[in-house]
Design a protein around this ligand. Structure first.
Ligand code: G3I
Length: 316
């Protein structure tokens, strides 16, 4: 073995990267993305509602299809991301009368999941349903349908693509805490009602200036013990800039801890980093003054962090 994907596959996992359409014109970037380091891709933006149904009833899959085609050409699987989310939602959804939200949500899910049937192995059906204190986000879906929107979204996705693994995906649920407890309580309830749910997506957007999430392995294991898969879906570890040796060391520890937690839980099916190079990370624009979150630098050179991840995966 000599790539992240190969080391992960030796442990029965995938190792993937997010990517986005504007980056696909960068040939050196694409060469690494498709050169064997990754066996799974997640479109970072192009399957979201604002891209796929910008106007009610008018669907556009060109950008998502481009990522799917690239993945297929290089034997990489695709996680579909995402069907229902409060963010990157076109204005027409937010301004619908309450009584029309459910039908619009079901129509969106049915159309998109049908389009990608057989092309994605998993869907983030509902993304980020919780606030950090574990209460539900009072977004347009919750306001119209209450918490029942989540079961309805999962059932609708299952009807459209019975073969896809259906996930709920969120951040700040890596370790134990109120938000992870809320997710645990939600998915326990869904399982006991027979709602089609297959997994919990643990995003993994970490930062060196905060402590590492507590009890990560045990937290993954409790979801697994419900009969659910778990996946690390959006891993990156940002730091306050400038990059220092001390921050790099903390970052290396955090990546190692996440990889080892996943490998220790048999139902943790794989790890996806939220793009592979600092050149295209979402971090600097969202958190000014922070960055350097990924194993390849902005010049597309591997950092020492790459070898850290290999070692955590059981490589040399
Ligand atoms: O498409 C417009 C473009 O037309 C416009 O000119 C440009 C000007 O700012 O903005 C473009 O939209 C940007 C979009 O990415 C596409 O590039 C948005 O401003 C920008 O906010 C958006 O950021 C994305 C972010 O989700 C939005 O919430 C990031 O690329 C994407 O990596 C990030 O991914 C999320 C996951 O979906 C869910 N979990 C958290 C993760 C990180 O925020």
């Amino acid at each position: 073995a000599s790539t992240l994907a190969q080391y992960a596959e030796a442990k029965g996992r995938y190792f993937g990267s997010a990517t986005d359409n504007p980056e696909l014109t960068d040939a050196p970037y694409v060469a690494i993305l498709t050169g064997g380091e990754f066996d799974q891709l997640t479109p970072g933006n192009s399957m979201k509602w604002d891209t796929t149904e910008p106007t009610q009833g008018q669907f556009s899959y060109t950008k998502g299809d481009a990522v799917v085609t690239l993945a297929q050409q290089h034997n990489m699987s695709i996680r579909g991301h995402n069907l229902v989310w409060h963010n990157q939602l076109p204005g027409w959804v937010s301004s619908l009368p309450t009584g029309q939200v459910q039908a619009a949500m079901e129509n969106h899910i049915t159309n998109e999941a049908t389009h990608y049937k057989g092309k994605v192995f998993a869907w983030d059906v509902v993304n980020e349903p919780f606030n950090d204190d574990g209460t539900y986000r009072t977004d347009v879906f919750y306001n119209a349908m209450g918490v029942g929107y989540i079961a309805d979204a999962l059932r609708t996705a299952h009807a459209a693509d019975p073969g896809a693994k259906l996930y709920i995906n969120d951040y700040n649920i890596e370790g134990s805490g109120a938000k992870a407890d809320a997710m645990y309580s939600l998915v326990s309830s869904l399982k006991s009602q027979g709602v089609p749910i297959d997994g919990v997506g643990i995003q993994g957007h970490l930062a060196t200036q905060y402590g590492f999430p507590g009890n990560m392995q045990q937290n993954l294991q409790r979801f697994a013990d419900l009969g659910l898969d778990v996946a690390i879906t959006e891993l990156d570890v940002r730091m306050p800039l400038p990059e220092t040796a001390a921050q790099d060391a903390t970052q290396a520890t955090y990546y190692t801890n996440v990889v080892k937690a996943c490998l220790a839980v048999s139902r943790c099916v794989g790890i996806t980093i939220w793009d592979y190079t600092d050149k295209y990370s979402w971090v600097p624009s969202t958190f000014p003054g922070q960055g350097a979150p990924l194993p390849w630098d902005a010049n597309l050179a591997k950092k020492p962090l790459y070898d850290t991840i290999v070692a955590a995966l059981g490589g040399p």
